[in-house]
Design a protein around this ligand. Structure first.
Ligand SMILES: [Fe+2]
Length: 244
């Protein structure tokens, strides 16, 4: 199976459309979203509609559950809190809140495991920042060998070899080798924070045992303009231009 795995769309429709167009060239059969479909940008309804109509599945991100009232907004900074309140007021039960509330924290299938932040404590929405969080998530993987996450908005792959040693790669392509274990952070579609403002997305070919993290340009000024027009904090548009 060729999987299109992406995360942290954050209501950025222009970025999501560019990624879905790029996936058309990839012969993807299933789409897996690692959470945070909404929050920050101006098109939550359209982004939920697009993601929920794809063949595949999605797990809950902290912004998704906060908008749905399942995660407290005091965990967020003021920009994020304002965007969550706006998102809540924009969506109805049938135009997104019901779908977001029903998202599960973890998805497992025979080819992969998917969570938003970490696998060892998905309900806390902690960040996969380094090897100590990775060690706990590798332990939670059990017999499975590959876990996909998002949440940090920075793509990268942590690899654990047979002896338990870990190393990190920043992106690109990686061959999945039997006996090793992998945590793949697919980065962010709608608000990258690695100083590359292009949308990030991942292709995982489980038969060819290959993971690739890719980037695609999109109309950032249009997305940023809509953020300002809707009364969301201007900073949330400005940061899109710099990828920070
Ligand atoms: Fe996020």
């Amino acid at each position: 199976m060729r999987y299109g795995i992406f995360s942290d769309v954050h209501s950025n429709l222009e970025a999501l459309e560019a990624v879905l167009k790029a996936y058309e060239q990839e012969k993807v059969g299933q789409y897996y979203c690692a959470g945070d479909i909404v929050g920050y940008a101006a098109d939550p309804r359209e982004c939920v509609a697009k993601v929920s109509s794809l063949p595949g599945t999605a797990v809950a991100g902290n912004h998704d559950w906060a908008a749905a009232g399942l995660f407290p907004s005091e965990y967020f900074n003021s920009f994020a809190r304002q965007a969550i309140a706006w998102t809540k007021s924009t969506l109805s039960e049938s135009s997104g809140l019901g779908y977001l509330a029903a998202l599960q924290l973890v998805c497992r299938n025979p080819d992969l495991v998917l969570a938003h932040g970490t696998l060892h404590g998905p309900q806390f929405f902690d960040y996969m920042l380094g090897f100590s969080e990775a060690a706990a998530t590798f332990a939670a993987l059990g017999q499975d060998n590959i876990c996909f996450v998002g949440h940090t908005h920075v793509a990268g792959i942590i690899i654990r070899d047979e002896s338990g040693g870990m190393r990190q790669e920043t992106g690109g392509s990686c061959r999945i080798v039997k006996g090793k274990k992998y945590i793949v952070n697919v980065g962010s579609v709608g608000q990258p924070r690695d100083r590359d403002p292009r949308a990030a997305y991942c292709v995982y070919d489980s038969e060819a045992s290959m993971v690739s993290i890719k980037r695609v340009a999109y109309d950032i000024r249009k997305a940023a303009g809509k953020i300002a027009e809707n009364g969301l904090p201007a900073y949330l548009g400005e940061r899109l231009l710099t990828g920070t």
